[in-house]
Ligand binder design. Sequence first.
Ligand code: XBP
Ligand code: MG
Length: 253
Amino acid sequence: MTDLQALLFDVDGTLADTEKDGHRVAFNRAFADAGLDWDWTPDLYGELLAVTGGKERIRYYLQNFNRDFDAPEDLDAFIRGLHAAKTDHYTRMLAEGAIPLRPGVRRLLEEARDAGLRLAVATTTTPANVAALLNHAIEPGAMDWFEVIAAGDIVPAKKPAPDIYAWAMAQMGLTPAACIAFEDSRNGILSSQGAGLKTIVTVNDYTRDDDFGKAAIVLDQMGEPERPFTVLAGDAGGAEHLDLDLVRRLHAG
Ligand code: XBP
Ligand code: MG
């Protein structure tokens, strides 16, 4: 049995509930800026989440939900421009404090830091978005809590491909056996488990009905001492919130 050395965190949906009130709204603002009448409603956005990555999601939307759109000749540049505007909106929203961390996230991060565990991020989202979230929802400089930020286009194949987790572990010189991942979605767990990682899942409204297969445990949230989690699958051994002790037991289990 290898000792637990590092916690690897997904960002969107796991550290914070960023999709419906963050990314989705930022996409719509970028579309409006460009004079487009596209409206990504919360329901439509749930379908679009099938594809990870904002640029990839816009392309998927055009191919599957807006086929009549008269696309410009240089579609790649058009999508890149829309996505850059979306990132501007999104990072500004986070700087205004629009999205807090999910319950228990800060507590667990601090406990892990105190215990000398190594932390990393493995996400599909743009690096600037990760910086904005960590530095505003935690505290200025909180980005430095994480030894590696594996994000966005750093690997060409986004989740569900395992590449982003594999890249993060390679940077840290760690094997999957020494790590555990935190995810919120099926695409996320396909990626983490594809990279050989045990995975703790905290669901959100978009991912509650996803198939999480062999997750170490599936919870509705990490929870706090006064705000217990609900176990959706697996065994918390009597624990009522996700602390390092439970993380270690799930890693060893
Ligand atoms: C997050 C994503 C991202 C964000 C948008 O997945 O799929 O595409 O929705 O981010 P994960 P960008 O939770 O697995 O990281 O627009 O910056 O791509
Ligand atoms: Mg996620």
